[in-house]
Ligand binder design. Structure first.
Ligand code: 5RP
Length: 227
């Protein structure tokens, strides 16, 4: 039986093979994507040329260490594919993302891409989204108003994400509120409503965005799911 880390490595290795010469790709964030970057680094060493739009500073730094050429989102007109991880994946390939706090940039890069491929081990599969607390990316000014709105509207206690006893700060200087909705029945409606709250930059629901998910299992099998 493979460990979770070995499964992540396996799906990352498979996904890295999809990248072809001269492509522009989006590279997600997180521990699964760490392995993707390692595999892509090997392919760069082998002579493959592509350029990548990173979805976080961490990803940009890792990719640079692996000699992967980087480009800015504003500098490109086409992204062939974005490869990213997820925190929850439902049967329709609707996602919760943002466990690493990079959801805003991840969603912007994914939205600009022709295709979004999600890599995950099978523990991320759920029947219904919501067990994983939904991250909201919020502007620090007035974040408590957003928290109050979530409490009064949904009866959900949004928790300010902390790091080393300080609020966690995103790459864009924002805060993250983690919202334990438990059961999200209509992700399409919820994403729309949450983003309408003043002060919310974005939320971690990725609705109708993922095209394919590559899922790895402890026995070494891999499954491809399409939306
Ligand atoms: O959305 C993300 C970061 O904002 C990640 O893709 C998500 O948290 C999954 O991470 P991991 O591969 O470490 O489980």
């Amino acid at each position: 039986m493979l460990t979770q880390e070995e499964i992540k490595q396996l799906v990352a290795k498979q996904a890295a093979q999809l990248v072809q010469n001269n492509m522009t790709i989006g590279i997600g964030s997180g521990s699964t994507i760490f392995w993707l970057i390692m595999e892509l680094g090997k392919r760069v060493k082998g002579g493959l040329f592509f350029r990548a739009i990173p979805t976080s500073r961490k990803t940009a730094a890792l990719a640079a260490q692996c000699n992967i050429p980087l480009a800015e989102l504003n500098a490109v007109t086409n992204i062939d594919i974005t490869i990213d991880g997820a925190d929850e994946i439902d049967p329709q390939l609707q996602l919760i993302k943002g466990g690493g706090g990079a959801l805003l940039q991840e969603k912007m890069v994914a939205a600009a891409s022709r295709e979004l491929l999600i890599l995950a081990d099978a523990s991320k599969l759920v029947k219904q989204l919501g067990k994983f607390p939904l991250p909201l990316d919020v502007i620090p000014f007035g974040w408590k108003q957003v928290q109050r709105h979530i409490r009064e509207t949904y009866h959900v206690e949004a928790i300010l994400r902390m790091e080393d006893d300080q609020p966690f700060i995103t790459d864009h200087g924002h805060y993250i509120l983690d919202c334990p909705f438990q059961h999200i029945e209509h992700p399409d409606i919820l994403t729309y409503d949450l983003n309408a709250i003043p002060g919310v930059a974005d939320n971690g629901l990725f609705v109708n965005m993922a095209d394919i998910a590559l899922i790895g299992y402890p026995d070494g099998k891999m499954e491809t799911r399409h939306r």
